[in-house]
Design a protein around this ligand. Structure first.
Ligand code: DLZ
Length: 158
């Protein structure tokens, strides 16, 4: 994906990208699936709401957040995929390898993004408790799946 140059006279935050022909890959971690399924639904709803077509959205499951990196690579290496969204939930209070998993996936998907020159979005919740996760997966703090989808759309338009 090569970026397009926009001069200041062309630039507007209100520019809305036509994403009807963009293809999105969504990698979903099965660990804490009550949370990640909610993130997934919100991400898909947001992509559809902004004009993506259902047939252009592809899902890949992985067992846990640690595997999001490889799942992202499997999708990003496909030429037709424009952007990848990674969804996971690692709960600090319940996971002794919290730091290992979070660091690994943050670095891993950054590397995938750079390697394939495509947006690879970090939609991984890293809360202290399950309640905090649920609050961010359709609860009182909104849904980070929605934010991840918006980030993917924005990156395609920049
Ligand atoms: C092992 C593990 C633990 C303890 N906790 C979580 C978690 O909170 N969230 C998550 O997404 N994955 C967890 N995992 C699984 C790891 O991500 C990974 O799947 C395993 O370590 C196998 O590589």
């Amino acid at each position: 994906m090569a970026t397009s140059l926009k001069s200041l006279s062309q630039y507007s935050d209100k520019n809305i990208l036509d994403i009807s022909n963009k293809k999105f890959g969504i990698v979903v971690s099965e660990w804490n699936d009550q949370v990640t399924e909610s993130l997934f639904s919100a991400a898909v709803d947001t992509l559809l709401k902004h004009g993506a077509k259902k047939e252009n959205i592809f899902r890949k499951n992985v067992p846990g957040s640690f595997e999001l990196t490889l799942g992202a690579q499997w999708l990003a290496e496909l030429e037709e995929i424009d952007a990848v969204i990674c969804l996971g939930c690692v709960i600090q209070g319940e996971t002794r390898h919290f730091d290992f998993i979070c660091d690994a996936v943050a670095h891993g998907i950054t590397n995938v993004s750079i390697k394939y020159n495509k947006p690879v979005i970090f939609g991984v919740l890293t809360p202290n408790t399950m309640q905090q996760a649920l609050d961010r997966a359709g609860g009182k703090h909104g849904n980070k799946g929605d934010e991840a989808a918006i980030t993917a759309i924005k990156m395609l338009g920049f």
